[in-house]
Design a protein around this ligand. Structure first.
Ligand code: MLT
Length: 393
C-alpha cells in the first residue's frame, strides 16, 4: 500500500482553514473579542425570497407520492439547464442544454475536471489566484507553471510568446485581486489556447459582479468553444455557499486528439456524481427568473456598497488598493512593510478584523492582503472605524 505522496508536498492546511484556525486560536485567548470577518468570501445575506419559495415548493413535491423525485437527470434537471441556457442568451451566447452540467459548485468541478486529462499535462496558473487551482494539481503531481500578476500588469497576466502549457486556469474577475480581463485580453488568451492546442479552465464564479463593459462568459469571445470549459457557481451570485449549486459548461464542439471532451465528462459525471438535490435545483431555477434576477441584484448591490466603504477608507488612509466595483474583493498593499501574514496578525490583534493574507494566493501575493465585502453593512462600517483608528499612522 502506498499513499499519494503528493499530499505531503502541500501546505499543512487549505488557506481558508488556516485562517479559520488562527481566528479560533485568537478567540480562545480573547473570548470576549468582537471579531469581524472580512476573510473567507462567505455571504451573510439570506437566500432571495423567490428561491426560498421555490425550495419550499420543492419540499412539498417530495412529500407527495405523485410529485416525488428519486435520482435526478444525470446532467441536472432540464428545467434548470434550460434556465441557464436562456441566461446565457442574454449575454449573446448560444448554448445547447446538453452543454450544461449542474454541479454542487465551481470548486468541486475545477478539481474533478482534471480526471479526464492526462497527468502529464502542464498546468499554467496565474499567481496570485484562488489557491484551489494549485492545490488540486499539486495533489495529482502535475507540473505547474506560474504566470505572474503584478502591479505593473494590473494583476492580469497575459500569454507571452514563449508560454507553453496544456491547461490554463483563468479567473475573471479574479479572486483575490478583483481585476477582470477585458474583451481584447480574453481574445488574446483564446487565440493563444487555440494556437497551442491548450484548454482554458475559465472560472466565472464572480461574473455576476461584472458590468457590461466586461465579458462575463468566455464564450462571448470568438473561438472559445474550441478551447474553453467554463465553471460557474451560485455561491456568490445568489448566496448559495451553504446550499451548493453551480454549473459547468463543456461545449459539444470541444475536442482534443479527436476525442470529444463532452463525452468524457459525461462518462465521468454519470459514474462518480449523483447530482444536486431536486429541491436545490428548484431553488437555483428561481434565481434565473426575472424576479430572482432582481432579488439577487439587490444583494450584489448591498455587497458592492461594502466595497465602496472599504475602498474609501483605504483611499483616506493612503493605502494602495484595487478591486471592488466589479468584484466583492479588495486587494490592498500591506502597510508599514508588513508581510501579509504579519499584517493578518496585526489586524486581528489591534482591530479584531480577519482578512486573508495575499501570500496565501501565491508568491506574488506576498506584501498584499484581501478584504472581502461579504459582510453586513454595520460590521464593515465598524471594521473601517477600527482600521482608521489603528492604521492612520
Ligand atoms: C474565497 O473566499 O476565496 C472562497 O470563497 C473560498 C472557497 O471557495 O474555498
Amino acid at each position: 500500500m502506498n499513499i499519494n505522496e503528493n499530499f505531503l508536498t502541500l501546505q499543512k492546511n487549505y488557506l481558508f482553514s488556516e485562517v479559520q484556525k488562527r481566528k479560533e486560536a485568537y478567540l480562545k485567548k480573547h473570548p470576549d473579542a468582537d471579531v469581524i470577518s472580512l476573510g473567507i468570501g462567505d455571504v451573510t445575506l439570506p437566500l432571495a425570497p423567490v428561491v426560498i419559495e421555490a425550495m419550499h415548493h420543492g419540499v412539498d413535491e417530495m412529500a407527495d407520492k405523485k410529485s416525488f423525485h428519486g435520482y435526478g437527470e444525470e446532467q441536472g434537471y432540464l428545467f434548470l439547464r434550460d434556465a441557464i441556457r436562456k441566461y446565457y442568451e442574454k449575454k449573446n451566447v448560444t448554448l445547447e442544454n446538453a452543454e450544461i452540467f449542474i454541479s454542487d459548485g465551481a470548486k468541486s468541478d475545477l478539481g474533478n475536471m482534471l480526471d479526464i486529462f492526462s497527468i502529464d499535462n502542464t498546468i499554467i496558473i496565474p499567481d496570485p489566484v484562488y489557491p484551489v487551482y494549485v492545490d488540486i494539481n499539486q495533489m495529482a503531481g502535475r507540473k505547474i507553471i506560474f504566470i505572474h500578476g503584478t502591479k505593473e500588469n494590473g494583476f492580469l497576466p497575459m500569454p507571452q510568446e514563449d508560454l507553453n502549457g496544456d491547461i490554463v486556469y483563468l479567473c475573471s474577475p479574479n479572486n483575490p485581486t478583483g481585476a477582470a480581463y477585458n474583451r481584447k485580453q480574453l481574445q488574446a488568451w483564446v487565440d493563444w489556447a487555440n494556437d497551442h492546442s491548450a484548454i482554458i479552465f475559465y472560472d466565472a464564479a464572480y461574473e455576476a459582479f461584472l458590468t457590461q463593459a466586461y465579458p462575463s462568459s468566455i464564450y462571448e469571445i470568438e473561438g472559445a468553444k474550441q478551447c474553453a470549459i467554463e465553471f460557474c457557481s451560485l455561491s456568490k451570485t445568489a448566496g448559495f455557499t451553504g446550499v451548493r449549486c453551480g454549473y459547468t459548461i463543456v461545449p459539444l464542439a470541444l475536442e482534443k486528439d479527436h476525442v470529444l471532451l463532452h463525452d468524457l465528462w459525461l462518462r465521468r459525471q454519470s459514474t462518480k456524481f449523483n447530482g444536486v438535490s431536486y429541491i436545490v435545483q428548484r431553488g437555483a431555477q428561481a434565481v434565473f427568473t426575472p424576479v430572482g434576477q432582481q432579488q439577487i441584484q439587490e444583494a450584489i448591490t448591498y455587497y458592492l456598497e461594502n466595497t465602496e466603504m472599504i475602498t474609501k477608507t483605504l483611499k483616506d488612509l493612503g493605502i494602495w488598493h484595487i478591486g471592488g466595483k466589479i468584484s466583492p474583493y479588495i486587494w490592498m498593499a500591506c502597510p508599514k512593510g508588513f508581510t501579509s501574514w504579519e499584517f493578518f496578525d496585526y489586524l486581528l490583534d489591534k482591530c479584531q478584523i480577519v482578512g486573508t493574507p495575499g501570500a496565501g494566493f501565491g508568491k506574488q501575493g506576498e506584501g498584499y492582503f484581501r478584504l472581502s465585502a461579504f459582510q453586513d453593512h454595520d460590521k464593515v462600517y465598524e471594521a473601517m472605524l477600527r482600521m482608521i483608528a489603528h492604521l492612520g499612522f
